[in-house]
Design a binder for this molecule. Structure first.
Ligand code: NAD
Length: 476
């Protein structure tokens, strides 16, 4: 526990795990085997920058290897530490199990504030960090496959893939050593927005179940729902953008590092993002009213709260003041175990991180499979699918002619029906299916066990059950 009685991030994850495991009938010892982190590697390396040698500290933690490779992002942040990386690696194990991605759990971190470095310096640092991990097989298509997380993105992933290829010149599967690469460097369409898109699909699925919606004291669909988003980075931006432009939701607050913007009529997400890109924060952005105390805005009235920045922002100090009836954890660990208990008692429904932000690893899984199969999704079937659809359209047109033009097709039906699915459509369909199926597996446990009062416990139970089955199949 920390000094204020608040559990650390890793302790929070363990407490949540324990709550679920206590309701399961696991063989003696297996519970601990699943919970503990297998290994954490710490590396310190020097890079010559600006006329001096600067030393950096990085971590790669492997929580479980019941499936290999182990999978999990690499985070660049100034205060990354071992406890945090281990908590994130554990979450990856449960996340992958919940969405049935055949991976163990892993995570990496580098203590660095990327905003302090030029692009070419970040490349040097990333290459050196990757080198240290690659030479110990902690980046490897068969053993450990990183992805982007806070502070990293497509560019860093492309650099890591290139570094691996330089060190493994004859490995035909080299590109599968990392996911989240840009499409022109072996990536997949739809990966950049995958986590935010997954948050949208998760909410859409939640709102397909009126019983669940009622538990949060809400009704109807996403249309018109007032949403607060914290963190307009990769995950928060895409979630907010899709929810406001495709689902009719209203983004009333955007909270960033330097404060928050409020507009009860709805913020223009793209305009706010462009402002942040130009000015480095939300202050003075004309899209809404500025509040210097951003954290306070987590407590504003809304229908849905989306924390999409960092861990621990909803804690024992502010949990009682949170008014949102529904919180979806787009970030990892935004609600501490103590706050989780307070919120549950108040009837708040929490869609937990291990499910809510699993869109990223789901599409990473598709990218990894694409890299290993060396062919773009849809390349073989698309035109054949279109040809079969053309047959039906031709036949309908022939019948129509025969009947003297009695019926006509809706104007864009032909165009839409004839269009075969490309990579992006297939990725979206696979992601949507994954998010729906995983939610249904959680809600089944939520509704069928009297002792299970929340989606998080249900999600952990599904995940732990699957990891346990996998260990049992190995004879453990
Ligand atoms: P990012 O670096 O792209 O964006 C983070 C955003 O949060 C930035 O805009 C930053 O300014 C803001 N932020 C940071 N500290 C803040 C604070 N104290 N208050 C308000 N805003 C703050 O990171 P990301 O990739 O969007 O990741 C965000 C969260 O989602 C993390 O918890 C990460 O682990 C999780 N996540 C990311 C992915 C992914 O694919 N990128 C996948 C799963 C989970």
């Amino acid at each position: 526990m920390s000094t204020q009685g608040e559990p650390s991030f890793r302790q929070s994850v363990d407490l949540m795990f324990n709550r679920a495991a206590a309701l399961m009938d696991l063989p003696p010892g297996l519970e601990e085997k699943i919970r503990v982190c297998n290994a954490t590697y710490t590396v310190r390396f020097g890079v010559r920058l600006r006329g001096e040698i600067r030393t950096f500290t990085g971590y790669r933690s492997v929580h479980s290897e019941h499936f290999e490779p182990a999978k999990g992002g690499i985070r660049y942040a100034p205060n990354v530490h071992q406890d945090e990386v281990e908590a994130l690696a554990a979450l990856m194990t449960y996340k992958c199990a919940l969405v049935e991605a055949p991976f163990g759990g892993s995570k990496g971190g580098l203590c660095i504030d990327p905003r302090e470095y030029e692009d070419f310096e970040l490349e040097q640092i990333t290459r050196r960090f990757a080198y240290e991990l690659i030479k110990r097989d902690m980046i490897n298509p068969a053993q450990n496959v990183p992805a982007p997380d806070m502070g990293t993105g497509e560019r860093e992933m492309a650099i890591i893939a290139d570094q691996f290829a330089r060190m493994n010149t004859t490995d035909i599967n080299a590109k599968a050593c990392v996911t989240g690469k840009p499409p022109h460097a072996g990536g997949i369409q739809g990966r950049v927005e995958a986590t935010g898109r997954g948050v949208e699909y998760a909410l859409q699925e939640f709102f397909r179940h009126p019983e669940d919606v009622a538990k949060a004291g809400l009704s109807g669909k996403l249309d018109g729902k007032r949403i607060i988003v914290q963190g307009l980075g990769n995950v928060g931006y895409h979630a907010a953008q899709f929810l406001s432009t495709e689902d009719g939701s209203i983004i009333t607050h955007i909270i960033e590092r330097d404060g928050a913007l409020e507009n009860p009529k709805g913020l223009n997400v793209n305009a706010v993002r462009d402002w942040i890109a130009e000015h480095g924060g939300v202050k003075d952005c004309p899209e809404g009213t500025y509040h210097a105390d951003g954290l306070r805005m987590l407590e504003a009235e809304c229908d849905i709260l989306i924390p999409a920045a960092i861990e621990g922002v909803i804690n024992m100090h502010n949990a009682t003041r949170i008014k949102a009836p529904l919180i979806i954890e787009a970030a990892n660990g935004p609600i501490t175990a103590g706050a989780d208990e307070i919120l549950r008692k108040h009837g708040c429904v929490i869609i937990p991180d291990l499910y809510a932000n699993a869109g990223g690893v789901t599409v990473s899984y598709f990218e990894w499979v694409k890299n290993l199969s060396h062919i773009r999704f849809g390349r073989m079937q698309r035109r054949q699918e279109e040809a079969r659809h053309q047959l039906i359209v031709d036949e309908l047109e022939r019948l129509d002619k025969h009947l003297g033009g009695a019926w006509s097709m809706t104007p864009d039906f032909k165009e839409r029906y004839l269009r075969g699915a490309g990579e992006l459509e297939l990725v979206r369909s696979g992601l949507d299916d994954t998010m729906r199926t995983a939610y249904q597996s959680m809600r089944e446990v939520w509704h069928s066990h009297n002792e299970v009062s929340d989606l998080r416990t249900a999600g952990f139970m599904v995940a732990i059950g699957r990891v346990a089955s996998s260990y049992r199949a190995k004879g453990l």
